[in-house]
Design a protein around this ligand. Structure first.
Ligand code: TRP
Ligand code: ZN
Length: 472
């Protein structure tokens, strides 16, 4: 290691000397070549192999304050984002994620900062290096015509224009199409939204509805998401919606926005939202947020629903199963979020299994029946293409093995440990990682701890082995 020291020192001096770069205080031998500069530069990504540029290193965003204006006719968006963040290292430079749009002004702690665009990275050099632990404020003014991102699986996400507004769904990458973000689920933050749209349109974001005001033909809607939220779960969906508001007997504030073209089909399912959330609360523990609801848009070409935090987003009137699925995500996905996209079965396998449980406990098919039917899928079926615990790439995270085989893995766990331990595991998982993140390894360790059983083989077979397992 000693041989590396001169190299590191050279880099350090090139970076402006010990005073500017800092690592002169690092213990001898710990400074690898090239690291001297890295010590004051936030990384370009959060370290997720499926989406290497998603998120950034070097800071944590505590709060986003987003002020947006959208004109559905022209598709023009203007925004001011104020991020309150904390440096987790000395920062001479850091990145935000922002794709498309023009940045017109950028300040750090009120002082104009140098910035440049490099693909989806917005590279910011503050006027002075931020000390580790420093809380700072980044203000970004921007505008333009947002464009959705096309994901590796061919689906669009982000700001998706509709015939009366926009369907705004950010999983996994699309948050950066409408606001500058630390765009990875490991960085969770509270949010305020102020969104102005033409009168007659409604802008629906996450969390609590704070009110609206109309002036000069435009209406401004204010929303607050007080609990931590991953950027991909943020929305600012715009449309000509029918709105319904009420408070449940558990004190949840419900706000539903429904496209009138979907209202007749959506009504009976939406009426069940409070009872679905109550049923899930009994199974999974207390509902993790103060606000609830749904946005039912008329945008079938999107092709999916999303568990936007507190208020899932549907591209058309949902089935009861889909409502149960997106509601279950509030515990599994939204409150407990993945640490790496590879762990996506912790979201989709759980939400799918919630559908099975709901049917089973409401006079329908048993979960065993669902499992058996899927197990009959021939060896060449898509279901067995890859194991749910290791999808292999970002293009596979929403494929059948993640959803269905993920649910099958949970069913096998339930059979192995019995109902009391199984439901205890689900509740402990939701409680232990509430408003945070979890990994597959943490989940399997919890399952073994709660059940007192060695579950290595079961998880190895159902989560990590390719192909159809020999024995169910
Ligand atoms: N997570 C969504 C669900 O509830 C599905 C989803 C989000 C999706 N983004 C997607 C599916 C992109 C396909 C492509 O299941
Ligand atoms: Zn899902």
């Amino acid at each position: 290691m000693a041989a590396t020291v001169p190299v590191a020192l050279a880099a350090l001096l090139a970076a402006g000397g010990p005073a500017a770069a800092g690592p002169a205080h690092a213990p001898a031998g710990h400074t690898a070549p090239g690291h001297a500069a890295a010590r004051t530069t936030g990384s370009v990504g959060a370290g997720d192999p499926y989406f290497p540029l998603a998120g950034n290193g070097g800071y944590h965003v505590e709060h986003y304050d987003l002020t947006l204006g959208y004109d559905p006719d022209s598709g023009h968006l203007d925004g001011t984002a104020v991020l309150t963040a904390r440096a987790t290292q000395r920062l001479a430079r850091f990145d935000l994620d922002l794709k498309g749009l023009d940045v017109t002004r950028l300040t750090v702690d009120g002082a104009p900062a140098v910035f440049r665009r490099d693909g989806q990275e917005l590279v910011v050099t503050p006027r002075t290096t931020l000390p580790k632990g420093h809380r700072f404020r980044v203000t970004v003014a921007y505008d333009g015509t947002p464009e959705a991102v096309t994901d590796p699986d061919g689906s669009d996400d982000g700001w998706i224009p509709t015939d009366d507004g926009a369907f705004v769904a950010g999983e996994p990458q699309g948050a950066m199409t409408w606001f500058p973000a630390n765009n990875h689920p490991t960085d969770k933050s509270s949010y305020d939204f102020t969104i102005t749209v033409p009168q007659g349109h409604t802008a629906v974001a996450n969390g609590l509805y704070l009110g609206s005001r109309t002036a000069a033909g435009r209406t401004t809607f204010r929303w607050r998401q007080p609990e931590p939220m991953a950027a991909y779960l943020a929305t600012a969906t715009v449309g000509e919606f029918q709105v319904e508001r009420y408070t449940t007997r558990d004190g949840l504030e419900v706000y539903n926005a429904v496209d009138p073209r979907e209202a007749a089909d959506a009504a009976s399912v939406l009426k069940k939202l409070p009872s679905v959330l109550e049923w899930e609360s009994k199974l999974f523990g207390p509902y993790p947020f103060r606000a609830a609801g749904a946005v039912v848009d008329h945008a079938r070409s999107v092709g999916y629903a999303l568990e936007t935090q507190g208020r899932p987003l549907y591209d058309s009137a949902p089935s009861l199963s889909t409502l149960v699925h997106e509601s279950a995500h509030q515990w599994f996905g939204d409150s407990v979020s993945v640490t790496r996209w590879k762990d996506i079965w912790l979201n989709e396998g759980f939400a799918t299994y919630a559908e099975w449980l709901y049917t089973e406990q409401h006079g329908g098919r048993s979960a065993q029946d669902r499992f058996d039917a899927l197990y009959e899928s021939p060896a060449g079926d898509e279901l067995w293409e890859f194991p749910p615990g290791d999808p292999g790439s970002g293009g596979n995270i929403f494929a059948s093995p993640v959803y269905n085989r993920g649910a099958m893995a949970l069913h096998e766990l339930r059979r192995a440990v019995g109902d009391p331990a199984f439901f205890r595991i689900l509740r402990d998982w939701a409680a232990g990682h509430r408003h945070g993140n979890g990994t597959t390894a943490q989940f399997t360790a919890l399952a073994e701890k709660v059940s007192g059983k060695d579950l290595d083989r079961l998880f190895h077979t159902w989560l990590f082995t390719k192909g159809r397992p020999d024995t169910p």
